[in-house]
Design a protein around this ligand. Structure first.
Ligand code: GDP
Ligand code: MG
Length: 441
């Protein structure tokens, strides 16, 4: 992947006392190949490489950094620039309702995104309304209704005598409905085609004219690589848009679309979708994406997701217990469930520094294994979870039978738990955490 390639290229610079122009040229060439392989558009690659070279050869010398670190810093900063610099927030209207229109090819992920955005906005205290203006595909309206139900957000759909067969009319009526029912944001889901075509574009243009949106978000499948650029250009010149949403980033090994789309269209990326579930969605942060591409891991995103899903009080309680060596299997189970709520474990690992290379060793963290651990702990009585020391041979057999695993699996879990608890408590001690009183068990 791009991140692996760049990591390797930049690691090659390590240990060099100073970089000659030849070193910089060679590094630039390799970065160029890595970007092209990742399907980054050629003009973007050219501009990027020129900037990096210029800065690396220039007088930009920081005493505190060695040459390799300087190049990493420059590459990182230029990546952030290409990705748009600052995080761009959603533009909302001064006088609600704000109108957000979604446009893009069929299958890009518009309807899925509508649900994700609706849920996210609702979580922030907004009262969104979804409008089903895709009347092209037979099931499009139903699909949005299902998504709306999952997000807990109402859907305005055409009814007999009210906009049936006319997406422009449905959109207009949707805005009326939002005004009447005091929704502060309207999300208009529109129809796409498999390829760019005139009729679709005209429809999008007419809808845009009818609803006068505060944002037109161009939704694009990041997996399609170079093709994303062509589509983006067609939509920019057709209906026009104010922002981009990248979808299916979970499936994109190359990351090229992310790097090209902003630069080529001149419009910022606002959100990123990385899975089929409503939670697989994030505000797009250029700096975090850059560090992800550079293989530094997206620790900030992880922290933010963790904050959303963890109960602060519960987490603090667990941390205190951990530091004092009093963590129980019940706490462990709670923490594990909280982590798993954040999404597939493989996605989470992708955000951790270096985890890319460690995936194999971390094979033990696969979902099936987690299911088993969960089953085993669930098979224990509260007393056993609270004090795993009491889990003797006959209890182990009972737990194994109850949770459909082998006794050795139970042994394994209990032993690992003791080891981990001991290790974490001693680590916490060395790092000087308070531990909040309480002796060890
Ligand atoms: P639309 O035609 O633009 O409305 O696209 P849909 O929202 O119907 O999505 C098309 C397909 O892509 C569906 O099967 C979605 O489940 C899937 N999909 C959408 N977004 C993502 C994503 O971020 N990751 C993955 N893996 N699948 C997605
Ligand atoms: Mg759709």
């Amino acid at each position: 992947t791009l991140s692996d390639r760049l990591t390797t290229v930049l690691q090659g610079l390590r240990g060099k006392g100073r970089l000659s122009d030849a070193d910089i040229d060679a590094t630039a060439r390799e970065i160029r190949v890595a970007l092209l392989e990742a399907d980054v558009a050629l003009p973007v690659v050219r501009g990027f490489i020129a900037k990096v070279k210029e800065r690396a050869k220039g007088s930009e010398v920081h005493q505190a950094l060695n040459p390799a670190q300087q190049v990493v810093k420059i590459v990182n900063e230029e990546l952030i620039n290409v990705l748009g610099g600052e995080t761009r927030r959603l533009n909302l209207a001064k006088n609600p309702p704000s109108v957000i229109m979604l446009a893009g090819l069929q299958g890009a992920g518009k309807t899925t995104l509508a649900g994700k955005l609706a849920k996210w906005l609702k979580g922030q205290g907004h009262t969104p309304l979804l409008v089903a203006a895709d009347l092209q595909r037979p099931n499009a309206v139903t699909q949005l209704q299902v998504v709306g139900e999952r997000a807990g957000v109402p859907v305005f759909a055409p009814e007999p005598g009210n906009g049936v067969g006319n997406p422009v009319e449905v959109s207009r009526l949707g805005i009326e409905e939002a005004k009447a029912k005091q929704h502060d944001i309207v999300l208009v889901d529109t129809a796409g085609r498999l390829g760019v075509d005139e009729e679709m574009m005209k429809q999008a243009i007419d809808i845009r004219a009818a609803v006068n949106p505060d944002e037109v978000l161009f939704v694009v499948d990041a997996m399609v690589g170079q093709d994303a650029i062509n589509t983006a250009t067609a939509f920019r010149d057709g209906v026009g848009f104010t922002g981009v949403v990248l979808t299916k980033l979970d499936g994109d090994a190359r990351g090229g679309a992310a790097l090209s789309v902003r630069e080529v269209t001149g419009q910022p990326i606002l959100f990123a979708s990385n899975g089929e579930k409503l939670e697989d969605f994030d505000v797009f942060h250029p700096d975090r994406m850059a560090s992800r591409i550079l293989g530094m891991g997206d620790v900030l995103t992880l922290i933010e997701q963790a904050e959303q899903h963890f109960d602060q009080e519960q987490a603090e309680k667990a941390a205190q217990k951990l530091h004092s060596g009093q963590l129980t299997l019940e706490d462990f189970l709670e923490q594990m469930l909280a982590i798993r709520k954040m999404g597939p474990i493989a996605n989470l690992l992708g955000m951790l520094p270096g985890a890319g290379q460690m995936k194999d060793q971390l094979g033990m963290l696969d979902e099936k294994h987690l299911d088993r651990i969960q089953a085993i702990i669930r098979g224990m009585t509260p007393a056993e979870r609270d004090d795993p020391k009491i889990i003797n041979g006959s209890r182990r057999l009972r737990i194994a039978n109850g949770s459909g695993v082998k006794v050795s699996d139970v042994n394994d879990l209990v032993n690992r738990f003791f080891e981990a608890r001991k290790m974490m408590a001693s680590m916490a001690g060395r790092m000087g955490f308070g531990g909040g009183g309480g002796g060890s068990k």
